[in-house]
Ligand binder design. Structure first.
Ligand SMILES: Cc1ncc(COP(=O)(O)O)c(C=O)c1O
Length: 403
C-alpha cells in the first residue's frame, strides 16, 4: 500500500519519524534537585539518622487530627472562601494581636496560603516586575531566588557576618545594596539555616533603610514560635513603620509539627493584601477546607504555640550538651530547630563533601550551609535539625561522638 508521506509522519509508524520533544528554554535553567532531597535520599540509602531535612520525626497532637476528622465528618469538604475561612483568619488576627500588639483586619489583611512557600512566591509575583531588584540576605532559604527569578526580578545578595555571637545581618551593607531599582528586601527571623534571630535594634536599622522609599518587605517568620533563652520574636509587625510595608509570612507546618499539611498565612496591610489576593486566586485559589477549620478550632487554646519555645529549647540543649563531647564548634543561635556547627577542627573537606561523608561514613545526615548561597561559599559549617525524638538525637550523638 502506498501511504502518503505526511500520514506516515502523523502516525509515527516508521522508526525515523519518532515524536520530537519541543525545545524549551525554561525560566529556571539553573535549578536542579534541592540539597534536602539529595541528602534525605543519601540518608535513607545508608541508614543514616536524618538530621538534614527540617521536619519532625514525631507526630502532631492527636487532638489536631481529630479536629480535621470532625471537620470532614461535618461536611466541610468543599471550596472555602478564596482568602481562607473567616474563623481561621480571625484566629490568626487574634493571635498576632495578642503576641505582637498589631491588629490586622481578619477580612482584608490576612490570607490563608498553601504553606509559606506559596505565600513567598505569591508575594514576589504580585510585587516584582521585570528589572526590579530584590535584596536577599544570604545564606537564604532555597525558594527565595527561584521565586524572584520567576517574577522577573534580579536578586541582589548581601551576606550575613559570622562572629563570636553567631550570624548577624550587616545593615550597612544592606543599605549600600539599595538602588533606585530596589523593589523589596527579604528578611527571615528566626533564620534558616543559621538559627539567628533579629531583635528590636535590627528592626530599627531596617526601618532607617526603607524610610522615605517605596521599598516593600517580605518577612519570612515561619519559625516565629521557636525563639529561645527568654528572647521575644521580633515580628516585623511589632514595628508600625515596617508593618505598613511588609508581607509577614508564617506556616502552621512548623508550629504544629505538620510540615506535610502545607497551610500558612500572609498578613499584610489591606492595599498590599488586595494585590496579593489577585495573584493568589489564580495561583492556588483556595486552601484545604477541613484543615483550615481544624486549625481554627485548635488555635482556641494558645498553649501549644506558647509552649513551643520550651519544647524545642529542651531538645536544643540536649543536642548541644551531646555535641560538647565532639570537636564541633557550636555556632551561637537564638531560634529555629536548626543548629549550625563549625567542623574545621575535624576536616578540611568542602561542606558538601563533609555532609556526604558524615552521612555515608558516620551515619548522620547534615546539610551544607554552602547550599544556601547563590555562589557556594565555604565556611566549614553544616546544619543539623534537632526537631527529632530524644532517642533519635541520642543515636545521632552517639555516632557523632566517634569524631
Ligand atoms: C525559612 C523557611 N521559609 C519557608 C519555608 C516553607 O514553609 P512551608 O512548608 O509552610 O511551605 C521553610 C520550610 O522549611 C523555611 O525553612
Amino acid at each position: 500500500m502506498n501511504i502518503p508521506h505526511s500520514t506516515t509522519a502523523m502516525t509515527n509508524s516508521t522508526p525515523d519519524r519518532l515524536p520530537v520533544t519541543p525545545a524549551l528554554e525554561t525560566k529556571l535553567p539553573r535549578v536542579g534537585t534541592t540539597i534536602f532531597t539529595v541528602m534525605s535520599a543519601l540518608a535513607s540509602e545508608h541508614g543514616a539518622v536524618n538530621l538534614g531535612q527540617g521536619f519532625p520525626d514525631f507526630d502532631c497532637d492527636p487532638a489536631l487530627i481529630d479536629a480535621v476528622t470532625d471537620a470532614m465528618k461535618q461536611g466541610l469538604n468543599q471550596y472555602p472562601p478564596m482568602t481562607g475561612v473567616p474563623v481561621l483568619r480571625t484566629a490568626i488576627a487574634d493571635k498576632i494581636e495578642a503576641l505582637y500588639g498589631h491588629r490586622y483586619d481578619a477580612a482584608s489583611e490576612i490570607t490563608v496560603t498553601a504553606g509559606a512557600t506559596q505565600g513567598i512566591l505569591t508575594t514576589l509575583l504580585c510585587c516584582v516586575r521585570t528589572g526590579d531588584e530584590v535584596i536577599v540576605i544570604e545564606p537564604a532559604y532555597d525558594s527565595y531566588v527561584p521565586a524572584i527569578e520567576l517574577a522577573g526580578g534580579t536578586p541582589v545578595f548581601v551576606q550575613m557576618q559570622l562572629g563570636e555571637t553567631g550570624y548577624t545581618v550587616p545593615w550597612d551593607k544592606v543599605a549600600a545594596a539599595v538602588s533606585p531599582r530596589t523593589r523589596m528586601i527579604m528578611v527571615n527571623t528566626p533564620h534558616n539555616p543559621t538559627g539567628s534571630v533579629l531583635d528590636t535594634s535590627d528592626l530599627e536599622k531596617l526601618a532607617d533603610i526603607v524610610r522615605g522609599t517605596d521599598i516593600l518587605i517580605l518577612s519570612d517568620e515561619v519559625y516565629e514560635h521557636m525563639v529561645f533563652d527568654g528572647r521575644e520574636h521580633a515580628s516585623l509587625c511589632r514595628h508600625p513603620e515596617l508593618a505598613a510595608r511588609s508581607f509577614v509570612n508564617s506556616s502552621f507546618g512548623k508550629t504544629y509539627h505538620v510540615t506535610g499539611w502545607k497551610v500558612g498565612y500572609v498578613a499584610a496591610p489591606a492595599a498590599l493584601s488586595a494585590e496579593f489576593r489577585k495573584v493568589h486566586q489564580f495561583n492556588v485559589f483556595t486552601v484545604n477546607t477541613p484543615v483550615q477549620y481544624a486549625l481554627a478550632a485548635y488555635m482556641k487554646n494558645p498553649a501549644p504555640y506558647l509552649e513551643l519555645p520550651a519544647f524545642y529549647q529542651r531538645k536544643r540543649d540536649l543536642f548541644l550538651d551531646g555535641l560538647k563531647n565532639t570537636r564541633f564548634k557550636l555556632v551561637p543561635s537564638g531560634g529555629t530547630y536548626f543548629q549550625c556547627v563549625d567542623y574545621r577542627a575535624i576536616s578540611d573537606k568542602s561542606e558538601a563533601d563533609f555532609s556526604k561523608w558524615l552521612t555515608t561514613e558516620l551515619g548522620v545526615a547534615a546539610i551544607p550551609v554552602s547550599a544556601f548561597y547563590a555562589q557556594p561559599k565555604e565556611s566549614g559549617i553544616v546544619r543539623f535539625c534537632f526537631a527529632k525524638k530524644d532517642e533519635t538525637l541520642q543515636l545521632a550523638l552517639k555516632r557523632l561522638a566517634a569524631i
